[in-house]
Design a protein. Sequence first.
Length: 154
Amino acid sequence: MNEGYIAKNLSRKAEDYLEAILNVTLEKGYARTKDVADQLSVSPSSVVEMFRKLDTLGLVEYRRYEGVVFRPEGQKIAEVIKYRHDTLKKFLLLIGVAERVAEADACFMEHELNPETVRRIRLFLETMDGDPSFCEQIQTEIDRRLQQKQSNSK
Ligand code: MN
């Protein structure tokens, strides 16, 4: 997986849609308008508008009343975004960020970070995977420092 592969200069919104299409496709085998709308908490008409745009860009094939299927280029981009999302979320969870915040922040960071940064975070996580007790030690230490700072500021 090449973390840096983003073929076109897509908007953040377009990348979010490709990621959502991938999530729905992985679950159901194809992406219907309604499912993508639910996933992104947007209206079906916004989804159709973006489906048409992504179709024009050659990233998906939009079929009216059905939804979309990926074209190879769109799938590749979606996989990179999802990979970045999963990597960043895992990192945020590791340092003790709450699930809901980690999910939202991963979605924010996934568009912006330098590929080299993502690669290094990935390797950091791989290193940590081999050492669960060190992982726990980091989390305990972060929590301890956090509590110390909070009680100092009282
Ligand atoms: Mn995301």
